[in-house]
Design a protein around this ligand. Structure first.
Ligand code: PLP
Length: 364
C-alpha cells in the first residue's frame, strides 16, 4: 500500500481534469478503488461511492445533506462525536434529535430505537459497532423497519468496514460512511460515503468536478454531485491496493481471525486481577475493539506504561465518544482500548497481557 502511495505521488495528475496521460492514470486509480469498494460492499453501481477525506467528512455530508429544519432524527447514546456534533449543530437549525440510551454493555435495543420513530422522523443515524465498547448495534432490524416507514438510514461503519461483512444488496441502508485508514487498511486522508440511488442529498461543497464545465451549476450525477475539488488520488491509489488485499483475503476470513483474537483478549483480561472489561463478553457481539480499566489507575497512565515498558500502543481516554463512555459509566476518565487487526498475532496479544499483569508495579 505504501509503495502504491509513493508511486502515485510521483505521477500525480489531477483526475478528470485533463486528457493527458497522468490525469487519465489518476482517474483510473479512483475508478479502480471505487469498483473495489462496490465489490466489497455488494453494490452493482460503483458511482454511488463518493470519496471523502475521512469518515467524519462523509458523516457530515450525509447528516447535513438530508436534514432540514422541522425534521426529527433518531440516533443512539453511543455515537462518535463525528455524528453527535453535526447533529447538535443541526439542532440549532431546528432539527429535533432523539438519542436512544444504550444498555450497560453499550448495546442499543432495536425496539427502543424503533419506538423513538415519529411522524417527522426523516433520518435514523447509528454506529455499526461502538468505537468504545466494540458493541455491535442492531442495524439490520432498525434499517428494515426504517425502510418500511420511509425513514432514511445512515450507518457509521468506521469501525466495521473491512472487518465485518457488510452487504448492501441485502442491507437496504441509504447512507453508509467509513474511514479508509481503519479496517480498510488504506492511508489516512481517505474515506467514503455510499449514497443509495434515489436518496435526495444536497452537497455540502460545490465546485469544479472536471465534468459539465460549461455549466455553473453542480452536476446531479454521481459521484460528481458530491465530489468537488481535487480528490486525494494519491491516498486513494493506496486504498485501491489495500482493498484488493481485503478482497483476496475475504472479509469473512478477516472477521474470523479478529474474533479469535478478541476472544483471546477477553479470556486473558478476565484472568487479570484488577481489570474490568466494558462491553459484550461474547466476541461475536463486538467488532475488533476491547475496552478496559485497571483498578486504581488512570487509563492514561496505563497507556503510557504499556508503551514505555513493552512497546504496546493503545488508546486511552474518551475516544471522541463522551456519550459512549457515559453509557458505560466510564466518563470522564474513559478506558484503555485495544483493537487487534488482520496483522495482529497471538504472540502480540500474549505480550500485551503479560505487560498488563505487571502494570501496577511502579517501574520495570
Ligand atoms: C465509530 C467512529 N465513527 C467515526 C469516526 C471518525 O473517523 P475519521 O477519523 O475517519 O473521521 C471514528 C474514528 O475513530 C469512529 O470510531
Amino acid at each position: 500500500m505504501a509503495k502504491a502511495v509513493g508511486e502515485a505521488l510521483l505521477r500525480a495528475g489531477n483526475p478528470g481534469r485533463s486528457g493527458h496521460a497522468l490525469s487519465i492514470r489518476s482517474a483510473r486509480d479512483l475508478f479502480i478503488a471505487r469498483e473495489r469498494l462496490a465489490e466489497l460492499f455488494g453494490c452493482a453501481e460503483s458511482s454511488r461511492f463518493v470519496f471523502t477525506e475521512n469518515a467524519t467528512a462523509a458523516l457530515n455530508q450525509a447528516i447535513k445533506g438530508v436534514l432540514r429544519p422541522g425534521d426529527h432524527v433518531v440516533t443512539t447514546s453511543v455515537e462518535h462525536n463525528s455524528v453527535m456534533r453535526p447533529l447538535r449543530r443541526m439542532e440549532e437549525a431546528g432539527v429535533r434529535v432523539t438519542a436512544v440510551p444504550a444498555g450497560k454493555e453499550g448495546v442499543t435495543e432495536a425496539r427502543d430505537v424503533i419506538a423513538a420513530f415519529g411522524k417527522a422522523t426523516r433520518l435514523v443515524a447509528m454506529v455499526h459497532a461502538s468505537n468504545v465498547s466494540g458493541a455491535l448495534q442492531p442495524v439490520d432490524a432498525v434499517v428494515a423497519e426504517a425502510r418500511r416507514r420511509g425513514i432514511l438510514t445512515l450507518i457509521d461503519a468506521a469501525q466495521t468496514a473491512g472487518s465485518l461483512p457488510i452487504d448492501l444488496s441485502s442491507l437496504p441502508v441509504d447512507l453508509l460512511a467509513a474511514s479508509g485508514h481503519k479496517g480498510l487498511l488504506g492511508p489516512q486522508g481517505t474515506g467514503f460515503l455510499f449514497v443509495r440511488e434515489g436518496v435526495q442529498i444536497v452537497p455540502l461543497i460545490e465546485g469544479g468536478t472536471g465534468s459539465r464545465s460549461e455549466s455553473d451549476r453542480q452536476p446531479e450525477f454521481f459521484p460528481d454531485a458530491l465530489e468537488s475539488g481535487t480528490r486525494n488520488s494519491v491516498g486513494v491509489a493506496g486504498l485501491a491496493v489495500s482493498l484488493a488485499w481485503i478482497l483476496r483475503k475475504g472479509v469473512g476470513a478477516i472477521r474470523r481471525g479478529e474474533v479469535a483474537l478478541v476472544d483471546l483478549l477477553l479470556r486473558g483480561l478476565s484472568r487479570t486481577p484488577g481489570v474490568t472489561v466494558y462491553g459484550p463478553a461474547d466476541p461475536l457481539l463486538c467488532g475488533s475493539v476491547v475496552s478496559f480499566r485497571v483498578e486504581g489507575m488512570d487509563p492514561a497512565e496505563v497507556g503510557v506504561r504499556l508503551e514505555k515498558r513493552s512497546g504496546v500502543l493503545v488508546r486511552a481516554g474518551l475516544h471522541c465518544s463522551p456519550n459512549g463512555h457515559r453509557a458505560l459509566g466510564t466518563f470522564p476518565a474513559g478506558t484503555v482500548r485495544v483493537s487487534p487487526g488482520p496483522f495482529t498475532t497471538r504472540a502480540e496479544i500474549a505480550t500485551f497481557l503479560s505487560a498488563l499483569r505487571k502494570i501496577r508495579a511502579p517501574s520495570g
